[in-house]
Design a protein. Sequence first.
Length: 204
Amino acid sequence: MIGRLRGNILEKQPPLVLIEAHGVGYEVHMPMTCFYELPELNHEAVIFTHFVVREDAQLLFGFNNKQERALFRELIKTNGVGPKLALAILSGMSAQQFVTAVEKEEIAALIKLPGVGKKTAERLVVEMKDRFKGLHGDLFSGESAFTLTAPDAEPASNDAEAEAVAALVSLGYKPQEASRMISKVGKPDADCETLIREALRAAI
């Protein structure tokens, strides 16, 4: 089990990041709420990981702290929620926002996430609420309730918008819907990560 990586960031292609540790490059899938917090290319990062082995693939999911990883692990225990859907959920909401939505039974907010229908949202509220009774104490309080901040904007182009659309599609949005979301928040000076952040924020 690979539980933690420390190394230089070689590539950032939302929601994938390539991080080199001891000469080995690891492709890590990260929720966008974690992706925004990464340092720039060629800077060192520490990522807490969860390793998933399937018949057709071996996937590594990464998080900025243990609390986010713990929430991901609880999510994939829920019936009907796999790693891809859990990644999409934590891309649309921060860990703290998701905990709040579950505790307040905000079904409408959960349904807005890609791949989450009414039945899945209701199941998440019922199952996760029970688990939070044992986890919430020190897991998602205080410093773990981070806020999203935009990285310094770089000049954007059609390439940035195309990358943003591709990232949303990989998170479970349909291509037409992803294009519409990006077009709504498109700004001439916005980079890919900013476009994704604004599109996801507007969707909730």
